[in-house]
Design a protein around this ligand. Structure first.
Ligand code: HEM
Ligand code: CA
Ligand code: MN
Length: 343
């Protein structure tokens, strides 16, 4: 096919003229939404929002001729007054309202903007993925029904059933949960906002998969909340769903495999995010503008470790097929995990 390469602003080259405007959106959000290209609170919330918009989709509803949500259609922004009141969407109203003016200013659809911002945000995380980006979603949507977004208090059976109805296998759920390596909670325990799920919330590394397998010893905040279980480190938060999926016989080996294979974790996350980002769309009706997504910086290290003060005896290995890998502990006394600062 003939090349349709087009030169856009600042000499950047796009595969299709329709992609040029996304370079300008990129410049704007890196400066004005992500605080100059950080993997901080807004990047984390933007990544979370890609999921909460897209997962409003149901294959069983499609088969029955009912409306089960339009997938990655921007409905969570268009109908924020409805969807952000769903219990599982607690807290997403903030990032929805922060993002909305950018989408309006650049005259792009809410569905496109949400997936773009999530892909750009996570590209700011060291060792992160470069998620493909497709543009051209319509700005017409209908509110998703409630109960499409999994809750941390849901069992693996319930989560796998819901995710299965949206087209994802249990293995793909694990792949998607690599997102929780750059993540913190604000609302499960509202008394400790910014409490991360691993010790390296700005780094897209395997620490989340290591640390979720350590024996839980403490609650970082005001005690047990719905959807919370004991965490292994002061200042770290553990979701019940992450705990259970890490140990479930259907998913434990995929979980453990990422501890020694950063490349596989990233590659599988890119693939499953590409799939999730176009839920509800025929990808042939969209334009591939993936070249606009920045290449993330390399990880400082791709060798997973145990936090200082822990040993292999603290690991609750759960993959029957493969022994837990021998990884070293950081030297020194036990430390606590710092919160992700608000911005
Ligand atoms: C499969 C079941 C999942 C459950 C039960 C779940 C649950 C949660 C909960 C309860 C929080 C904390 C929210 C808060 O209190 O502020 C959270 C944060 C987060 N989730 Fe998930 N999640 C799931 C899957 C996903 C997926 C598929 C993605 C993205 C692709 C994702 C990305 C994130 C991110 C990035 C954050 C951190 C937000 C921040 O730091 O501000 N999660 N998740
Ligand atoms: Ca991490
Ligand atoms: Mn947050």
């Amino acid at each position: 096919a003939p090349s349709r390469n087009t030169v856009c602003s600042k000499g950047r080259v796009a595969s299709d003229a329709a992609c040029c405007q996304w370079f300008d959106v990129l410049d704007d959000i890196q400066t004005n939404l992500f605080d100059g290209g950080e993997c901080g609170e807004e990047a984390h919330e933007s990544l979370r929002l890609t999921f909460h918009d897209a997962i409003g989709f149901s294959n069983s509803a499609v088969r029955e001729g009912k409306f089960g949500g339009g997938g990655a259609d921007g409905s969570i922004m268009a109908f924020a007054q409805i969807e952000t009141n769903f219990h599982a969407n607690n807290g997403v109203d903030e990032i929805v309202e922060e993002q909305r003016p950018f989408a309006i200013k650049h005259k792009v659809s809410f569905g496109d903007f949400i997936q773009f911002a999530g892909a750009v945000g996570v590209s700011n995380c060291a060792g992160g993925p470069r998620i493909p980006f497709f543009a051209g979603r319509s700005n017409n949507s209908r509110p998703a029904p409630d109960l499409t977004v999994p809750e941390p208090s849901d069992s693996p059976d319930t989560i796998f059933a819901r995710m299965g109805d949206a087209g994802f296998s249990p293995i793909e759920v694990v792949d998607l949960l690599a997102s929780h390596t750059v993540a913190a909670q604000d609302h499960v325990d509202g008394s400790i906002p910014g409490t991360p799920f691993d010790s390296t919330p700005s780094s897209f590394d395997s620490q989340f998969f290591v640390e979720t397998l350590l024996t839980g010893t403490l609650f970082p905040g005001n005690g047990s909340n719905v959807g919370e279980v004991l965490s292994p480190l002061a200042g770290e938060f553990r979701l019940q769903s992450d705990f259970a999926i890490a140990r479930d016989s259907r998913t434990a080996c995929e979980w453990q495999s990422f501890i020694t294979n950063h490349n596989s974790m990233v590659t599988k996350f890119e693939a499953v995010m590409a799939k999730m980002s176009v839920l509800g769309h025929d990808v042939r009706s969209l334009v591939d503008c993936s070249e606009v997504i920045p290449a993330p910086s390399k990880a400082k290290t791709t060798v997973a470790h145990l936090p200082a003060g822990k040993s292999l005896a603290d690991v609750e290995a759960a993959c029957a097929a493969t022994p837990f890998p021998t990884i070293a502990a950081d030297p020194g006394p036990a430390t606590s995990v710092a919160a992700v600062p608000p911005s």
